[in-house]
Design a binder for this molecule. Sequence first.
Ligand SMILES: CC(C)(COP(=O)(O)OP(=O)(O)OC[C@H]1O[C@@H](n2cnc3c(N)ncnc32)[C@H](O)[C@@H]1OP(=O)(O)O)[C@@H](O)C(=O)NCCC(=O)NCCS
Length: 206
Amino acid sequence: MDTGVRIRRGVPCGAEEQVAAMYWEAFGRKLGAALGPPERGRAFIARHLHRDRGVVALAPGGRHVVGVAGYRLGGRGLTGGGVRDVLTGYGHLRGLPRLAVLALLERTPRPGELVMDGIAVEASHRGMGTGSRLLAEIAAVAAEAGCSRIRLDVVDVNPRARALYERHGFRAVRTERTPYLKGLMGFGAVTTMHRAVPARTGEGPR
Ligand SMILES: CC(C)(COP(=O)(O)OP(=O)(O)OC[C@H]1O[C@@H](n2cnc3c(N)ncnc32)[C@H](O)[C@@H]1OP(=O)(O)O)[C@@H](O)C(=O)NCCC(=O)NCCS
């Protein structure tokens, strides 16, 4: 289906707020515990976004972001903001418990691995293949970076996202039950999925 939506690497300069709003809409329940309330959380994400660690879908005209997939590679992910930023932004008293929640969400890539940070498509644009195209572009980024594997986590309350990943070659490797996060973040288990990245011939890792 040709929707006129274009996929590009890197979040365009000036689109940080749009991307932060999409992430918040998709993952607010999870992120709210660490970065809420919403206005403050969105501003924190926008301010600390690493634009080079995202693949975006742009509506015709090229200005409006309708989809984003973030990834973590070489110690850097789409969503940034370290300990100091959290303590500066939220104060020491409020910042410390937030850091504890962020630590729970932290996913560090192993050597040769690209970790997907999150994927979100604007509700009005879902079901038209945009999410699939973002996943394909992430796979291309991983191959070009010399990675042999893509890793992601999916929560038990999102079976449709899991089905999408399975259609794109991801396989569940383990499930961690997280009943202690049910009240705080709304999910009771996290499944880690892997997808192998075929080696590119004639090119070494970059
Ligand atoms: C998951 C998501 C990125 C897929 O984007 P998309 O552009 O709709 O994807 P595609 O059009 O390529 O594929 C559609 C498939 O996505 C999956 N999907 C997951 N959640 C969906 C939703 N809320 N609406 C439509 N499709 C959804 C389904 O498997 C769907 O296929 P189906 O219609 O047979 O169920 C998008 O639905 C989204 O942003 N969801 C909210 C955020 C989220 O859950 N992210 C994943 C976290 S692990």
